[in-house]
Write a protein that binds this ligand. Structure first.
Ligand SMILES: [Fe+2]
Ligand SMILES: [Fe+2]
Length: 238
């Protein structure tokens, strides 16, 4: 964080910040509010029906509950900082959703891999917000982080179980091959102007390139070292 970055402790102080600062924070809060709801609707809630045992259903219900809860919290903060309620939910003709949400979830191993690798990407995003200059967003990140870690651990634990049998091990590899390549694009373009504004204002710490490299390195440890599977190359252009 640069020395010039403000520390914004309250919603009232937020209202006194520059237009650039306010717009940047609104952009981040809005994208989290939308993506958390999208994810809960297209992955976590449908996964309850795919979960193979009562135990897996129970934990999947908890994951779905928490992802909806993340949306609710980000939406509340968004409304407090002046984002219209209609802009905080996915809608037809609105902001284009992440390409991740084009992925069609069809089976349980895919969901476990989505939690392993998709929630790892979310953890990296939330890590930067833990130090955010806008304290209400920092506090929200601190509340959200233990739950995101639980989701990624859920993915890891179930993937490890699935990898014990050859058939389901092949399904996990197939899911990694389909899910992983689309995820590095989640971190945005190299040399992003938005990211520069975030860093200048102490809203984020790292560049998109740094986060993407860190993400790929951490995904490699999970997939290759922990699961003993192959990590495919990232997709070319986003
Ligand atoms: Fe979440
Ligand atoms: Fe999550």
């Amino acid at each position: 964080m640069t020395a010039a970055a403000p520390q914004v402790k309250t919603i009232d102080e937020f209202a006194q910040q520059s237009e650039e600062y306010q717009t940047a924070v609104r952009k981040i809060v809005r994208s989290h509010a939308i993506n958390e709801l999208y994810g809960a609707q297209v992955f976590d809630e449908p996964a309850i029906a795919l979960a193979p045992t009562p135990y897996a259903k129970w934990l999947t219900c908890r994951v779905a509950m928490e992802e909806y809860g993340h949306h609710v919290r980000f939406k509340e903060l968004g409304e407090q900082i002046g984002i219209p309620a209609g802009d905080l939910v996915p809608r037809a003709g609105g902001k284009r959703p992440l390409s991740l949400f084009d992925f069609r979830l069809e089976n349980w191993p895919e969901f476990c891999v989505l939690k392993l690798l998709g929630d790892l990407a979310e953890i990296l995003q939330v890590e930067d917000l833990l130090h955010c200059s806008f304290h209400p967003l920092r506090n929200l990140a601190r509340m959200t982080m233990p739950e995101e870690r639980f989701h990624a651990q859920f993915g890891e634990d179930f993937c490890i179980d699935l990898c014990e049998k050859p058939k389901s091990r092949a399904e996990v590899q197939g899911a990694v091959d389909r899910v992983f390549p689309i995820l590095p694009a989640f971190f945005g373009q190299a040399g992003s102007k938005n990211n520069e504004i975030y860093r200048r204002n102490g809203i984020k710490l790292r560049t998109n390139e740094e986060m993407r490299a860190d993400y790929i390195a951490r995904a490699r440890v999970l997939v290759e070292d922990k699961l003993g599977l192959r990590l495919p190359p990232p997709a070319q252009a986003a």
